[in-house]
Write a protein that binds this ligand. Structure first.
Ligand code: GLN
Length: 200
């Protein structure tokens, strides 16, 4: 089975772990850098990106996760996690991991609209996905290598760049596990590509 880490420094990791389990993967709550070595993929959950970012610096996760990504291992950032992946955050706030060619707007739907749910068409899924937005960001701009997989209110809210997946909403907060499954497929493919590399 696949070992998938969920960064558990701050924010919501429990539902991600449950959803991974529902898909037959082993979810691991990650609190130390040394745990990364045993993982096939990593989820950066929702929460407060400034708080998570500070803790990532404090515990040495920034360089460790950059190395993890450079090995071709998949990373899935949801909500705050998407902000952590972005190369650019609107307003001049410095990037955290700066891995993905997206610029993001924090709290993009306004602080008044704290949270809402919407059914959204997602590339590759046959029926709309029930998407829960909580003080969510969206993607203001992408570069060439980034593939937009879902758009809401005129802006990308789900996007992929090679081994990186970013989602503005919380795919773990409903019983619908199709987006987590999409990520697991990326992890499977990355694992296979690595095996082939070794064989040749
Ligand atoms: N508003 C949060 C931030 O900017 C993200 C909210 C979330 O992860 N649900 O970090």
């Amino acid at each position: 089975g696949l070992n998938i880490g969920v960064l558990a420094l701050q924010g919501a990791s429990a539902e991600h772990l449950q959803q991974l389990q529902s898909l037959g993967a082993k979810g691991v709550a990650v609190k130390k850098v040394t745990q990364l070595a045993e993982l096939d993929g990593l989820i950066l959950p929702g929460g407060e990106s400034t708080a998570i970012g500070k803790l990532m610096v404090q515990y040495g996760f920034i360089d460790a996760i950059r190395r993890f990504a450079a090995q071709g291992k998949p990373i899935f950032g949801t909500c705050a996690g998407m902000i952590l992946l972005a190369k650019e955050i609107e307003g001049g706030e410095p990037a955290h991991l700066g891995l993905m060619d997206i610029s993001v707007r924090r709290n993009a739907f306004g602080r008044q609209t704290d949270s809402f749910q919407a059914d959204i068409e997602v590339e590759g899924l046959s029926a709309p996905f029930p998407s829960v937005f909580i003080r969510a960001p969206y993607i203001l701009g992408t570069r060439q290598q980034v593939q937009t997989l879902a758009v809401f209110s005129g802006y990308p809210v789900l996007a992929r760049q090679q081994n990186l997946l970013a989602c503005a909403f919380h795919p773990e907060l409903t019983a619908d596990n199709r987006i987590t499954d999409l990520f697991l497929q990326m992890v499977c493919q990355a694992g296979k590509a690595k095996m082939q590399g070794k064989a040749s």
